[in-house]
Structure formats: structure tokens, C-alpha cells
Design a protein around this ligand. Structure first.
Ligand code: HEM
Length: 49
């Protein structure tokens, strides 16, 4: 995959706020392999993750 999926344990990812992570999981990252889960998961499930 290019760009490669990020190491979620890296300090740059760990420094995101809960709100920032929730936004990324809900919307995905355009033009990358990172899918948005907002259409297939409930907001409560995304927040819980
Ligand atoms: C619940 C599952 C997932 C979570 C919590 C998650 C979380 C994240 C987060 C927080 C980032 C941002 C990292 C950064 O900004 O440096 C990211 C990036 C990325 N994810 Fe996911 N992800 C998930 C599933 C997936 C899946 C299923 C794929 C592909 C099949 C994927 C591919 C990618 C890629 C390619 C990037 C890098 C995008 C870039 O370089 O800007 N992710 N992911």
C-alpha cells in the first residue's frame, strides 16, 4: 500500500487528541488507503474504538 498504513503506536499518532482520532476514523484520509468508517459504523461504536 502506498502511502503505507501508519504505525498507530508512533508518538505522532499517540499525540492526536481523541477528537482528532475520531474524525480520522469517521472520515478516513482522502487519496490514501485509509477508509472512512462513518457510513458503516455508528458514531457510538467509532467513539468507543
Ligand atoms: C479501526 C481500524 C482503523 C483505525 C483505528 C485506523 C486509524 C488510522 C489513523 C489514526 C491514521 C492516521 C495516522 C497519521 O496521521 O499519521 C491512519 C492512517 C492510515 N490508515 Fe488507518 N485505521 C484503521 C483501518 C485502516 C484500514 C482497514 C486500512 C486499509 C485497508 C487503513 C489504511 C491506512 C493508511 C494507508 C494510512 C496512512 C494515510 C497517510 O499516509 O496519510 N487503515 N489510520
Amino acid at each position: 500500500m502506498s502511502p503505507r498504513a501508519t504505525d498507530l503506536t508512533s508518538s505522532s499518532v499517540q499525540n492526536y487528541s481523541d477528537q482528532e482520532l475520531n474524525w480520522i476514523i469517521e472520515n478516513g484520509i482522502r487519496f490514501t488507503g485509509m477508509p472512512g468508517f462513518g457510513k458503516v459504523e455508528t458514531p457510538e461504536h467509532i467513539w468507543a474504538s
